[in-house]
Design a binder for this molecule. Structure first.
Ligand SMILES: C[C@@]1(CC(=O)O)C2=NC(=C\c3[nH]c(c(CCC(=O)O)c3CC(=O)O)Cc3[nH]c(c(CC(=O)O)c3CCC(=O)O)/C=C3\N/C(=C\2)[C@@H](CCC(=O)O)[C@]3(C)CC(=O)O)/[C@H]1CCC(=O)O
Ligand SMILES: NC(=O)c1ccc[n+]([C@@H]2O[C@H](COP(=O)([O-])OP(=O)(O)OC[C@H]3O[C@@H](n4cnc5c(N)ncnc54)[C@H](O)[C@@H]3O)[C@@H](O)[C@H]2O)c1
Length: 201
């Protein structure tokens, strides 16, 4: 099912993460960066999460998950290496009005984390609705690389006419090659950034 992308304000919201391994560490970094109140329930923690506990960004409940641990959570992450435990967490979350992310079962997720690149105040998010996380990662890496050089490579492709994005000629911008323009030339002065005549539209 195609996911509905939103941007959540998690500042001060309780997010409960069950499990303290590599996947939990990746998610926790994102939650902390978003200003969430993070509680992690796990008998053991990755060094990266330990550091977050030491700095006071994350509260650690140092034991295995027990039913009732999710009380008050707005977002729940089930990220243990035990599918049964993840299933129990998912089942408890289903009884509450909160979103849940289950690390080993995309189909059980009511929310998924996209791969993200942030440049200044702009965030680009890539999701494949859980089908190809590796692809989401690679596209994120490519975007990151491109944006890290100020978008120069992207702009070069635009100027060589390789990307179907039009800009006003009055602004000295590039135009879509004729072969891509299925509706003729009548709207050649479309505003900056439009791509409505791109192939596939
Ligand atoms: C994008 C990113 C964001 C993030 O997690 O922060 C993300 N996974 C990332 C990395 C990653 N994922 C995997 C590896 C090991 C790779 C390998 O070894 O092959 C690595 C490590 C790596 O690639 O470095 C494998 C994997 N992933 C999922 C499963 C379970 C399944 O498919 O059922 C399995 C198989 C597990 C297994 O078999 O053991 C599931 C999910 N992973 C998602 C997101 C969600 C869907 C995203 C989408 O819509 O595409 C979803 C559904 C749940 C979720 O939201 O977590 C982040 C890249 C961040 C970045 O680099 O920017
Ligand atoms: N979503 C993704 O992107 C992705 C990527 C790779 C793997 N996975 C899946 O995510 C899961 C976790 O992977 P990982 O690499 O973080 O594992 P990991 O082994 O690094 O960490 C597992 C953590 O769960 C904790 N734990 C175990 N039993 C627990 C319990 N009863 N209650 C609370 N905590 C408990 C452990 O102490 C440990 O901290 C695996 O099922 C794996 O298949 C998901």
């Amino acid at each position: 099912m195609p996911g509905f992308m939103v941007s959540l304000d998690l500042r001060g919201k309780l997010c409960v993460v069950v499990g303290g391994g590599r996947v939990a560490a990746r998610k926790i970094e994102k939650l902390v960066a978003a200003g969430a109140k993070v509680r992690v329930i796990s008998p053991a923690l990755e060094p990266r999460i330990r550091a977050r506990v030491a700095s006071g960004d994350v509260v650690w409940v140092a034991r295995r998950y027990e039913r009732g641990d999710l009380a008050g959570a707005q977002l729940v992450i089930a990220a243990t290496d035990h599918p049964d435990v993840n299933r129990q967490v998912s089942a408890e979350a289903e009884t509450m009005a909160c979103f849940v992310n289950v690390a080993d079962r995309a189909e059980a997720c009511t929310c998924m984390f996209p791969a993200t690149v942030r440049v200044g105040d702009v965030t680009v998010a890539v999701s494949t609705d859980g089908r190809h996380p590796g692809f989401a990662r690679r596209l994120r890496e490519a975007l990151e690389l491109d944006l890290s050089d100020g978008g120069r490579r992207f702009l070069a492709l635009l100027e060589q006419g390789h990307l179907p994005i039009r800009r006003s000629p009055a602004a000295g911008g590039v135009q879509v090659p004729d072969s891509w323009d299925s509706r003729g030339r009548e709207d050649a002065d479309a505003p900056s950034g439009e791509s409505e005549n791109a192939p596939g539209h």
